[in-house]
Write a protein that binds this ligand. Structure first.
Ligand SMILES: Cc1cc2nc3c(=O)[nH]c(=O)nc-3n(C[C@H](O)[C@H](O)[C@H](O)COP(=O)(O)O)c2cc1C
Length: 183
């Protein structure tokens, strides 16, 4: 791949929920994306990613579980109801969490490694013609997501990634030029 090809891939990746919820993504493709996630830089080689692939009915179970937490903490009712079915919008939802480290700094570094891995996944998905969107876990729902996903209770969930085949294209948000201190 040339530098221009790589730049084009990076620039043309978009966060998109224009996804065909009915068209399955082959398991081997998802496995490939998750393997690429693990090539992120990782201080101390702690391999901190915790990963779950949700398809079929468990996507609804995830939404219901999160919505119940939201309702219990008094979140806006329409938002709660929307959450019950929101993970049915893509055929695959990937939950990605980070294991804690032995100190606050190591915990932060583990989080950064998982975030870097998620960008690998998003770029690799895009290269395969898939659409994806990194969704934030809902406030207060970390424990509920860990439970549904079979993660250890101390896992910090960083993303619920919607993944599937695109049904359209989204606008490209403008990027301000980076402010750089050349020293
Ligand atoms: C940590 C993180 C959390 C995000 N959470 C959400 C989210 O909850 N909902 C959403 O629509 N987009 C979410 N996004 C995607 C951003 O909205 C998106 O990256 C941004 O609008 C820029 O668009 P682009 O990715 O197409 O360049 C998240 C991105 C990151 C890195």
């Amino acid at each position: 791949m040339s530098p221009d090809d790589l730049a084009n891939l990076i620039r043309s990746r978009r966060s998109s929920l224009l996804i065909d919820a009915q068209r399955e993504v082959p398991r081997a493709v998802v496995e490939d994306l998750l393997e690429l996630l693990t090539w992120a830089p990782n201080h101390k080689r702690t391999w901190p990613w915790r990963l779950a692939v949700l398809t079929g009915d468990v996507r609804r179970a995830l939404g219901e579980s999160i919505a119940d937490v939201m309702a219990a903490q008094g979140d806006d009712a329409p938002k709660v109801e929307k959450t019950r079915t929101k993970y049915l919008r893509s055929p695959v939802v990937i939950a990605a969490g980070a294991a804690p480290g032995e100190s606050p700094q190591r915990t932060a570094e583990n989080r950064y490694a998982v975030a870097a891995g998620l960008q690998n996944l998003l770029l690799a998905a895009h290269a395969r013609g898939l659409a994806a969107l990194w969704g934030s876990p809902m406030r207060g729902a970390n424990a509920a997501i860990n439970d549904v996903c079979g993660f250890e209770p101390d896992t910090e969930v960083l993303a619920l990634v919607y993944l599937g085949w695109p049904t359209g294209t989204v606008e490209t948000p403008e990027r301000p030029a980076p402010s750089i201190n050349w020293l």
